[in-house]
Design a protein around this ligand. Sequence first.
Ligand SMILES: *Cc1c(COP(=O)(O)O)cnc(C)c1O
Length: 430
Amino acid sequence: MKRDEIVRRDKQFLWHPYTPMDAYIAEVDPIVVASAAGSWLTDLDGTRYLDGNSSWWVASLGHGHPRLLRVLAEQSATLAHCSLAGITHEPGVRLAEELCAIAPPGLSRVFYTDNGSTSIEVAVKMAAQLWRQSGAPRKSRFVALEGAFHGDTLGATSLGGIEVFRRPFANIVFDCVHVPSPAEGGHERAFEAIARILRAEGDSIAAVVIEPVVQGAAGMQIYDPAYLRALRELTRETDVLLIVDEVFTGYGRTGPMWACEHAGITPDLLCLGKAFASLLPMGATLATERVFDAFRGPKENALYYGHTFCGHPLGAALAREVLAIYRDEAVLAQVARKGRRIAQAFDALAALPGVERVRSIGMIGAADLADGAAGYLGPVGWRVYEEARKRGAYLRPLGSTVYVCPPLTISDEDLDRLLEILDESIRAVR
Ligand SMILES: *Cc1c(COP(=O)(O)O)cnc(C)c1O
């Protein structure tokens, strides 16, 4: 199909995620991705774009890694699909074992899901059911942070603390207490707030759900790991489960393999997705033996839950190869080095007119632009997006926050170019 024909039929038949469709149909000439390799997306018209957000935070190893493509072909030729319903397969078994070996110590059981949202859903259900069969059925409410994002299924939406995403569903979500974010106005004060709630109402609370160290969709809000460490103590003291959402922060995005490592903690449940299987939808929820034990015994204690595609052999084989590539290409060491480059570049952006605040951690850098209080739906981030596109980078904003979140394996040269484009694009909209 010709490029303009694809765009025409796109606008006739497609409904895009997170997209006001009227504005899209009237104004947007989308990038039509024909191929992707390494850190680059190539439009059908031949224009190349640096993938500034790793295609929605997924492609930590870039696009088209030859080892992943080889495993995909090999696994497809032997076992492309089967269920995990009381039968098993080697890629799934080996992956579970490998995950337990590198997870924060104490996480010893792997439950497979098919994306980030469902890895949260199952964690929520595990927490709720655990208390019912541990003699504390009143413990059924959840606590999450203001600005939290845990996915788009209804359970994950209930936990979400981003007003624009939550509002249409406010009348159908389950009960979740939203507490101040440690990224806003000091983590000590935020901790006092959650401590008050857990100490007063812990006997009705099942779990705290939290993005460790970085609240991604809230605009890359970074907070002090001391909060997470204190929260782990607090949840132990008040007998509340701690569910950590590493869907975005896992796999070295913030430096170490798990953002939990900044605080040296092990949660009761840890949720994975995105970079996990690199190019197929797949997720996992890791549990401690204490959580697992609550589901043993009589048959009615079992977890009657499972997504059709959970433990998909292709995803499992890919996820194993992802871990092998992390080892063989010393990906975390690359992050340590390139992260310093990102930090320097964002520190420099702070001096530009119109930039209100900058921050960075690992392979994430973010800058808040002055938007006259227009908030998430304001135009300034999109103006930078357009400028960046003219210069050869795909830099989708989060409201008035512009950020980079490139493949961890991006070359030094491409990283420098990406940071340069961001700098030029911010200057251009002023
Ligand atoms: C993206 C994301 C999710 C949801 O993952 P999906 O694969 O889109 O369902 C959950 N939590 C966090 C922190 C995320 O960034």
